[in-house]
Design a protein around this ligand. Sequence first.
Ligand SMILES: [Zn+2]
Length: 115
Amino acid sequence: MNTNSEISCDVVLDLVAIYKDGYASDDTRALVRSHLRTCPSCRRLYAEYRVSQDVRAAIPDLPTVQEDRFAALAKHMRSQQLFTDAAMLGVMVLSAMVGAWSLTKLLNPTEEEKP
Ligand SMILES: [Zn+2]
């Protein structure tokens, strides 16, 4: 946090979008510019913000396409996980049943199976 400038880093970060898009008033622009000159961390954040905005502007579909793909991938992974969970549960139930059956057979042998 840079307290030497006239506005705080938080205020600068709030104003960065309108500053970059050219909607800020002359006073706001001057304040943001003077803060950016004296505050390396805000300067770095502003540079990163500018690059990310430029990338978005250059490829307008990119964020939505990516979000859709991530959502689809997440959904696919969830369904796969659900399938795997169900399969595991099935195997566990089956082995438990077989185990229980073998145990009952062992403890209570039928007449023919008695030695
Ligand atoms: Zn700052």
